[in-house]
Design a protein around this ligand. Structure first.
Ligand code: FAD
Length: 443
């Protein structure tokens, strides 16, 4: 808690005048959060925390520009600087850092995917998450409380058995549970609801982590390695010469770059269009909501594909509720009332005990969904321009692996082995990776 107050103070203290101080701190800042520094700050009312990332002036050109300061953009910049010794990097963000889907999601972190390519990629991500707090020296509040998928009839349970077996064959943990096991794990659940619970399966290493902390942790670490994070800087076009990208036009002027990558979630098709190619992506709003806070009563993430909702309890006590995307295309970040009602009704099917709780907040993000619900990563038809998009409703859990593999891809101008099958070519070759089941309820 004290740690969080410290961060809030740090953000409040942030002003252009503070930048020099922070920059000097910058190189040592990664080691700066320790028990001793916490104790020292506690004694002085948490007034001395430095800002956690710099706000530098825009340079005329960079070696690499990343568009979008969501988790993917920030992680890519961080791993480029850390693992590939690229020094002159900028992340351009049209709004505020982490204000896109990274700050809007329901924080589910898991790797229980069906196909080997997805399983390998998402488990790499989960493993990076498992060490992320330590490597960023920033508490991302990973809570591996388990993610439980419910089956509501014998056929669904049979499908889940096959799914769990496939996950295990991919060397990832999955365990089929009986209704009695489920009741022990989630005492508040009503197993005899309208769609009775016949069983389910759990990935115990799955869970949640704190999405703001992931964005802030990567931003802080990238900034300390010299990455320029430029907020309020919208990219409005690309400059190219002989089929090769040379820079971007932005609301803060033209900026040159040898290489450019974009990770703009719901705006993937816009950026692709600016660069002169099309992507098979449809943009839909996905909403989530939280209840008023209550005492700890749910320590597993519970998912029902059939009833179409999932729920977890945050460390503040709120129930975090999600479901399917709104069923029309939109760039609004609000979400419609009918889907909100469906999500809440689905929750109450399984947990009638929550019926008297009030909803506290509701919001939405724009998700870019591909036909096979697998991301779009790698090279593009424009030389030296790279894409990380199509994350749809499930790219939060992919942030560390997305950043790591895109950094490799940009540095070497060839896809990282883990993302070789995630490129745009699959829509020509037909080698789709259909993860519709694993992405079925949006989490
Ligand atoms: C309600 C909801 C619940 C979700 N739940 C989960 C979940 O539980 N687990 C999970 O794994 N995933 C979940 N997701 C999906 C996940 O949030 C996203 O896939 C992920 O955050 C994408 O990260 P990103 O960095 O690519 O995009 P973002 O975080 O959206 O960042 C993209 C950034 O690009 C910026 N940008 C856009 N256009 C421009 C431009 N022209 N110039 C400059 N900047 C630009 C935007 O302002 C934005 O900040 C959920 C999404 C939503 C909306």
């Amino acid at each position: 808690m004290k740690h969080r107050i410290g961060l809030a103070e740090a953000v409040r203290l942030r002003s252009p005048g503070d930048d020099n101080i922070v920059f000097r701190y910058g190189t040592v800042l990664l080691k700066g959060y320790s028990f001793l520094s916490l104790a020292r700050q506690a004694l002085t009312g948490h007034k001395g925390w430095p800002v956690i990332w710099r706000s530098p002036e825009v340079k005329k050109s960079y070696d690499v520009i990343i568009i979008g300061a969501g988790g993917h953009g920030l992680a890519t910049a961080y791993y480029l600087a850390k693992n590939h010794a690229v020094k002159n990097i900028a992340v351009l963000e049209k709004g505020w850092l982490g204000g896109g889907n990274t700050g809007r999601n329901t924080q589910v972190t898991r790797s229980n995917y069906y196909w080997p390519q997805s399983a390998a990629f998402f488990d790499h991500s989960l493993k990076l998450y498992e060490g992320l707090g330590r490597s960023l020296n920033f508490n991302v509040m990973l809570s591996q409380r388990g993610i439980l998928n419910l089956a509501h009839n014998a056929y669904e349970l049979e499908g889940m058995r096959r799914w769990a077996n496939a996950i295990k064959i991919n060397a990832i943990d999955a365990e089929v549970l009986t209704p009695i096991d489920i009741k022990k794990l989630v005492p508040l659940i009503d197993l005899d609801c309208r769609f009775p619970v016949h069983g389910g399966f759990i990935q115990r290493r799955g869970g949640i982590s704190r999405h703001d902390a992931v964005a802030w942790g990567y931003a802080r670490a990238a900034s300390a390695l010299g990455v320029d994070i430029i907020q309020q800087c919208e990219v409005t076009g690309f400059n190219t010469a002989s089929g090769r990208v040379t820079g971007v036009n932005t609301t803060r002027g033209t900026i040159g770059a040898d290489k450019i990558s974009f990770a703009v979630a719901g705006h993937t098709s816009h950026l692709a269009k600016m660069a002169g190619f099309r992507v098979p992506v449809t943009s839909m709003q996905l909403q989530a909501m939280v209840s008023e806070p209550i005492k700890p009563c749910l320590d597993t993430v519970v998912v029902s594909t059939a009833i179409h909702m999932y729920v977890s309890q945050s460390d503040r006590g709120e129930l975090v509720i999600g479901g399917g995307a709104d069923v029309y295309n939109s760039y609004a970040q609000r979400g419609g009332i009918p889907v909100l009602q469906e999500n809440v009704a689905a929750l109450l099917e399984l947990f009638p005990v929550f019926s008297r709780l009030r909803l506290m907040r509701q919001w939405a993000g724009i998700t870019d969904i591909t036909p096979d619900t697998t991301p779009l990563m790698g090279l593009t038809p424009v030389q030296n321009l790279y894409i990380s998009g199509g994350w749809g409703t499930g790219g939060y859990k992919a942030i560390p692996a997305g950043g790591d593999t895109m950094a490799y891809t940009i540095a070497n101008d060839k896809p990282h082995p883990l993302i070789e099958d995630f490129g745009l070519e699959r829509f020509k070759s037909g080698a789709l990776i259909d993860e519709g089941a694993a992405s079925g309820v949006a989490h």
